[in-house]
Design a protein. Structure first.
Length: 391
């Protein structure tokens, strides 16, 4: 009775009687022709006109964020206390379902919620803009390992693993929406919970940024006075990398929040503007293998970041107490100099201290008639640094 009622609802929504169509297990388009009082099935395969690149897990997660039509449909299914099994079309999934009936209509959240009242899986087009089939039976291989216990979720996980398709299971009993894709299983979170966690993380990030700004001011003074140690470098890099990792966590929340996370996203962008460039320039100033050091920091766990002595040895192969000269890329970048002029200065003088102590004659060899301007800008930069101003 429930399925018959749903079919009637779909007739009103789609403008067609879905009970008069059928489907085989190859995403086939089925038409009926009247011929002398009987119907003949004419089957022609659907051809994908465009083959899209496989989306990343985060891109898929973004399609399920609050405000998106698919998420609205999933929430309607959840609130209606029904379950659902949804597969997004891909080449590998064409032979994994059977039975059901063809819908082939534009996707709307209302249509998805109505079709979910029936048993079986719903098949969406690869761009998620059309509902292709409903009430189908998924038949993935039974020998594919699954950690799920329910029949619907077992079928979802095995289908995703076997085909690489995007598969979504809505549990009416547990009231959860689970995404299976790219060998990952992810339970979609309530937007209020995500927003709360994102806000809490943002508050911690703001505090970390304040600490970084103080560390950076002290670091600037140490560079100007030639008192930088490897430990000082690691202290700044540690804080920068912690902020980057926290930012990446918040960005994942923002992807799942969609438009509801706009204000947090704006604040994140404000806090972290230029921070990666700052890290890369510090590494360029002090590391013998900048690319290796950058990759090393990016792959370092949060716990490993806390040990400055180990960080110094792993990044620079030196004790944290040992002093070192800055090459000068970072501070010279604060002046009105072209990149080629900065490179020429560092190539000629070797480090920042030699540039700071250089006489006018030597500077003129590199900067020619810009020497006086350079010296004035450098003196102004040193003054700002020594009074503790953020540069």
């Amino acid at each position: 009775m429930a399925e018959e009622e749903t079919r009637k609802n779909m007739v009103e929504i789609l403008g067609q009687d879905t009970s008069k169509t059928g489907v085989n297990n190859n995403f086939s388009e089925i038409a009926r022709k009247q011929d002398s009082g009987y119907e003949t099935l004419v089957i022609s395969p659907i051809v994908n006109e465009t083959k899209q690149n496989k989306p990343t897990f985060l891109e898929v997660l973004g399609k399920l964020s609050p405000g998106k039509s698919l998420r609205t449909g999933l929430d309607d299914i959840l609130n209606g206390r029904t379950g659902a099994l949804i597969v997004v079309e891909c080449d590998e999934a064409k032979n994994i379902f059977e039975g059901g009936f063809k819908v082939n209509c534009k996707f709307t959240s209302q249509r998805l919620a109505e079709l979910a009242k029936m048993d079986g899986a719903i098949i969406l087009s690869s761009d998620m803009k059309k509902i292709l089939f409903a009430n189908t039976l998924l038949v993935p291989k039974n020998d594919i390992p699954s950690e799920e216990t329910g029949t619907r979720h077992k079928a979802a996980e095995r289908t995703a693993k076997q085909t690489g398709a995007i598969v979504i299971a809505v549990s009416e009993r547990r009231r959860k929406i689970t995404l299976y894709y790219d060998n990952k299983r992810y339970v979609l979170q309530n937007s209020e919970d995500i927003l709360r966690r994102a806000t809490e993380t943002l508050q911690i990030l703001e505090k970390q940024k304040e600490i970084l700004d103080e560390n950076a001011k002290n670091f600037n003074i140490l560079e100007i006075t030639n008192l930088v140690s490897y430990g000082d470098i690691c202290l700044v890099l540690q804080r920068i990398e912690m902020i980057i990792k926290m930012t990446n966590n918040i960005k994942r929340y923002l992807i799942e929040l969609g438009n509801e996370g706009t204000m947090i996203k704006m604040r994140i962008n404000e806090l972290t503007k230029g921070i990666i460039d700052q890290r890369d320039l510090i590494i360029k100033d002090y590391a013998s293998r900048p690319q290796y050091s950058t990759k090393f920091l990016e792959n370092l766990s949060s716990d490993s970041l806390l040990d400055l002595a180990s960080l110094s040895r792993m990044l620079f192969e030196e004790s944290p107490d040992k002093n070192i000269f800055s090459r000068g890329y970072r501070l010279l970048g604060k002046l009105n100099l072209m990149d080629k002029e900065i490179k020429s200065l560092i190539s000629y003088f070797e480090n920042l201290q030699n540039i700071l102590n250089a006489n006018e004659e030597d500077l003129r060899k590199i900067l020619k008639n810009k020497t006086n301007t350079f010296r004035d800008q450098l003196a102004n930069l040193k003054e700002q640094i020594m009074i503790g101003k953020k540069i």
